[in-house]
Every structure is written in structure tokens, then in C-alpha cells.
Design a protein around this ligand. Structure first.
Ligand SMILES: [Zn+2]
Length: 463
């Protein structure tokens, strides 16, 4: 009896596959088959080739294949075009840096600038192996950001900028009402559905920018619509001081008191938390997002006060993010692991396996997408990365997992599939004209800097 072969659109064979499945199987001479948006086979090449007939068969012998990585915190606007304008050595505290250097650049973005900025950020993510992101809450023109992200083929969750606490006004009710309305509108206009790669979440800036009513509304919108809430908290000790002064409780304690923690909540930074806050994160399943380069460059004091190894041991789900910096998530993972190995004087902290788990499965879980992404398994979305081992940093290939975690970075990302579409092929986007985008981003950056009116500061003569 002859049994007909199953159909697939694409079959990649002969690759090393880091599946990140429950057993963390790594398959040498492996194959992956995709039909439509979905993975239909992962296994030994011989078995998959026997069972499947594909429209396109790709020789994957030069590839290590991993799930697409998740960036759990990125500002796709504001920073990607002009971050480099902010010098390291300005003599400013956090508040002054924010009001003088950060916010003017964000506010100076017109809609077309935010579109170009998002497109560029998404391209950088995809080109370095990130297939899904969570925006950080500083989007002013949501439609243009959604458009920019969609052009690249990336998956992501975005939100609009709301600030319910108006420091300039004695009447808070107006700004609270506006903030809640904006969150509701965004969720209604860009709902999360199986077919949409980009959807809106109620994303808050966090810190002390939102009164309790806005936090509670954001959580309610998320709970009722299968979404999540994201917010910044406690990069410095400014937030604990503010919350203690105004509520008598530390930030995470206060958020627990008002009922807005939970497994669909992602809090970013959490450098300055205490044991009680750590316990609350673990008890409620609240996700912690760590942006190591932003923390170190921003001098948060992470190496002195960061509790991330202890949080992980307590069961807190830790995602990694880039914040406004380098989108290469492998490099971010290397930084986290090396930092905490050193501070704990324990080389066993955050080993290669943990690094890859944070970038994939933990990221997927934080975004509520663990059924769809985060591992290469039958039935999951075809979001994966082909790392090119035909490069010096990958040679000789002797230990796939260690080499992926420690020796590779985003520069060896050869091809990327999102939702079954090959959005990066041979180091280039198949979706956007990269040269045209770079020219557009350059023009937008110049316009933003001019509108913001910021001086160029350099200790070196430039001209
Ligand atoms: Zn941020």
C-alpha cells in the first residue's frame, strides 16, 4: 500500500535545530516543514523528507535553526532615529536628562517619522533574529507605527502613549478620562486575533505617570480582551521613594494592593525592588523585563542591587528587552549572563540554556503567545531564524547551543520566517527596500533633531 505524502509549502533539511520544546531537543541533521503559517513537522531529515512533499525544499546544511527571539521592551519611536544624539557625558540627573534630552526628541516626531522609525527598528530586529516585540509605551501616532511594523512582516504588540497624571493641572479627572479612552480605542482598533501579527495592548509608561484608575482600567481592558499590560518601574530608587511618599507602600506592593499584577502584566527594569516585591511578582505570575544594556549604560546600579538570579530562582518569568538600544538580543543575553555570573562570583548563573530560554519561551509567555511561538513544534506559528554557520564566528561547529548563546550574534542571521513568510533572505529584507528606508530615516532624523532644537555636544572636534 502506498501512502501519499503530506503537503508542505517549505521544507528545510540538513540543519541543526534548537527546538526549545519541553525537552529542549536539539536535532542534528534535522528538518522543519511549514505549511501556510504553521510548522507541520520538526524531526530528523530522513523522516521528514519521507513523510512530506514540499513545493520548495531548502538545503539547510549551513544553518542552525532556532525559534525567533522576543524583544520584551523596545521603544520603536523616539530612540531608533536619534538616540545617538544624546551624549554620555551630559551633566544631568535622571529628571533633567528626561526633560531636556529624551522627551523633546520623542515629541519632535511627526507621524511619518514614527513610521520610518518603527520600520527601521523592526528591520534591525528581524535582521538580528527577533521576530516579535513588545513596545514600551511611547508611541504618539499609533496608526503610523502599526503601518511601519506591518510593512516589515514582524509580529508585535504596541500601544499608545497615555499619561493619566497631569502634573500641570489640579483637575485630574480630564486626563484620567482621556487616558482610559485612548487605551480602549487602541485595543478596539487593533485587536489581537490569530491572523493579525500586530495588535495593541494597554501599554503604560508606568513609574508615577498614571493614577490608580488608569492602571486598573488598563488591567481590565487586558483581562477582557486577552491582552497584556506593560509598564516601566523602578530603574532607579526614584520610583520606590515616590510610592512610599504617596502611598506608604513600595511600587510593586502598591500595584498588588490595587489588583493590577498578574501573568498578563510585564514590568520593565525592576532594578530597585525588595524581597517583599520579589515575592509578590512570583506569587502573582507577573513578568519581569530586563534590559541589560539600558540598565548598565543608564547606571541603574544593577550590579549592586539587581535581584534577577534570585527572581528567576523564585519562579518569576524573566524576559529580555533592548529598551532604546541595540536590538541584537543575543548580545543582550550575553550581557545579562556575564553580569550576574560576575556579581554572584558564580559561573553557573544564567547558563547558555537559560539565556536561550529567556529569549524565546519566556518572551512568548510574557506576551501571552506561548501557544503560538517560543519553540519549534508542530502546530506552532512558523516564526524561526536560520543562523549561518558558514562564518568565522561559528566555525568549527562543535556545540550548537553554547555557540548560539555565546559566540554568535545577530550578524549571522541569514534568513528569518515570520508567520510562514520568509521576511529576511540572504541577509536582506524581502518586504522593504532597505536603501530607500535608510534614506527616509536619515531625513527624518535630521528633521527631528532640528525640531527638538538640541545642541550637538562632543568633546572631540567634529566638522
Ligand atoms: Zn523603556
Amino acid at each position: 500500500m502506498t501512502i501519499g505524502k503530506q503537503k508542505a509549502d517549505v521544507l528545510i533539511s540538513g540543519a541543526s535545530i534548537v527546538t526549545m520544546d519541553d525537552e529542549r531537543s536539539v536535532i542534528n541533521d534535522g528538518a522543519l516543514a511549514v505549511d501556510g503559517q504553521t510548522i507541520v513537522a520538526v524531526g530528523k531529515s530522513k523522516d521528514v523528507l519521507q513523510r512530506f512533499e514540499a513545493k520548495q525544499i531548502i538545503d539547510g546544511s549551513r544553518f542552525v535553526i532556532s525559534p525567533g527571539m522576543v524583544n520584551g521592551h523596545i521603544h520603536v519611536t523616539g530612540d531608533p532615529l536619534t538616540r545617538a544624539w544624546l551624549p554620555d557625558n551630559i551633566d544631568a540627573d535622571f529628571e533633567e536628562e528626561l526633560t531636556k534630552w529624551v522627551l523633546p526628541r520623542f515629541y519632535a516626531h511627526e507621524p511619518e517619522d514614527e513610521c520610518a522609525s518603527t520600520e527601521l527598528a523592526a528591520l534591525k530586529m528581524l535582521r538580528t533574529g527577533t521576530t516579535c516585540f513588545l513596545e514600551a509605551g511611547t508611541v504618539r501616532h499609533l496608526d503610523h507605527v502599526v503601518e511601519g511594523a506591518r510593512r516589515t512582516g514582524i509580529r508585535g504588540r504596541v500601544g499608545c502613549w497615555v499619561e493619566g497624571r497631569n502634573y500641570q493641572s489640579a483637575d485630574q479627572s480630564k486626563s484620567i478620562g482621556e487616558a482610559i479612552r485612548d487605551l480602549e480605542n487602541a485595543a478596539a482598533r487593533f485587536p489581537a486575533s490569530n491572523d493579525e501579527k500586530i495588535a495593541a495592548w494597554p501599554v503604560l509608561i508606568g513609574h508615577s505617570t498614571n493614577p490608580d484608575e488608569v492602571w486598573q482600567a488598563a488591567k481590565k481592558i487586558a483581562d477582557e480582551n486577552g491582552l497584556g499590560v506593560s509598564a516601566h518601574m523602578s530603574p532607579y530608587d526614584v520610583d520606590p521613594k515616590w510610592f512610599l511618599e504617596h502611598t506608604g507602600r513600595r511600587p510593586v506592593e502598591h500595584l498588588a494592593d490595587i489588583g493590577v499584577l498578574g501573568s498578563n502584566v510585564c514590568l520593565t527594569h525592576l532594578a530597585h525592588i525588595d524581597q517583599s516585591e520579589q515575592d509578590l511578582l512570583a506569587e502573582t505570575g507577573t513578568n519581569a523585563v530586563l534590559c541589560p544594556l539600558a540598565a548598565l549604560k543608564g547606571a541603574f546600579g544593577l550590579s549592586n542591587v539587581g535581584r534577577f538570579p534570585e527572581m528567576a530562582a523564585a519562579g518569576v518569568n524573566i524576559l529580555l528587552g533592548s529598551d532604546g538600544f541595540d536590538q541584537d538580543m543575543l548580545r543582550q543575553a550575553q550581557l545579562v549572563s556575564a553580569l550576574f555570573k560576575d556579581t554572584r562570583q558564580d559561573a553557573g548563573v544564567f547558563p547558555a540554556e537559560d539565556m536561550l530560554t529567556m529569549l524565546t519561551r519566556n518572551g512568548a509567555a510574557g506576551l501571552g503567545l506561548e501557544q503560538d511561538i517560543g519553540s519549534l513544534e508542530i502546530g506552532k506559528k512558523a516564526d524561526f531564524v536560520c543562523h549561518d554557520t558558514d562564518r568565522p564566528e561559528w566555525q568549527p561547529l562543535v556545540a550548537t547551543v553554547n555557540q548560539l548563546a555565546w559566540l554568535a550574534d545577530g550578524r549571522s542571521v541569514h534568513s528569518v520566517w515570520v508567520d510562514g513568510i520568509r521576511v529576511i533572505d540572504n541577509y536582506q529584507s524581502t518586504q522593504v527596500d532597505e536603501a530607500e528606508l535608510y534614506a527616509r530615516a536619515q531625513r527624518s532624523a535630521a528633521a527631528v533633531i532640528e525640531r527638538a532644537g538640541l545642541p550637538f555636544i562632543s568633546p572631540w572636534p567634529v566638522g
